[in-house]
Ligand binder design. Structure first.
Ligand code: SME
Length: 162
């Protein structure tokens, strides 16, 4: 598969429904985690034109910047810090409607107003990475995003045999 087909006239939920089987096909042929992080970032950027979308990868006591689409970003985030570190520590998806109201939010770009972070688990239930998506609009993310992004991450988790 070398093209993604997502009609711009679809609703958000329809876009996710259309994207899922295409991403499944894309991931099926590739075992490399970085390659898959890169293509998922690109597919989400292309489908939704999010301000920033990418992965932070767990390395020892920190999250380190991985493949992403968007403006340059902070390279390292400590356990429990910011929205990404909170999702890692609390082992859950975190939705922030207004990043300015989130204590400890790490502002990589002042344009970012709302954010969603979805953890990526290995088969031992340890977090190996997080998917971080930022929007320049307030309250951009809701339970629909959480549900479908978790489905996308599940496709990825099936490939992770660490
Ligand atoms: N805002 C994030 C940091 C990463 S950037 O948004 C790309 C956080 O608070 O964890």
């Amino acid at each position: 598969m070398d093209h993604l087909y997502i009609s711009s006239t679809l609703s958000k939920e329809e876009k996710y429904v259309s994207l899922l089987p295409q991403l499944k096909g894309l991931l099926e042929g590739e075992d490399d985690m970085i390659a898959n992080f890169a293509n998922i970032s690109a597919a989400l950027k292309q489908s939704f034109n999010f301000f920033w979308v990418g992965f932070y990868i767990v390395k020892k006591e920190e999250l380190v910047l991985g493949p992403f689409q968007g403006t340059i970003a902070c390279t390292r985030i400590k356990y429990g810090k910011g929205v990404c570190g909170t999702a890692w520590k609390e082992k859950r998806t975190v939705i922030v409607e207004d990043v300015n109201q989130f204590p400890g939010h790490i502002a990589c770009d002042a344009a970012s107003q709302s954010e969603i972070v979805v953890p990526v688990f290995d088969h031992r239930n340890d977090i190996v990475a997080v998917l971080d998506i930022d929007s320049e609009y307030l309250s951009h993310f809701d339970e629909t995003d959480a549900l479908y992004l978790q489905e996308i991450i599940k496709l990825l988790e099936q490939k992770i045999c660490i």
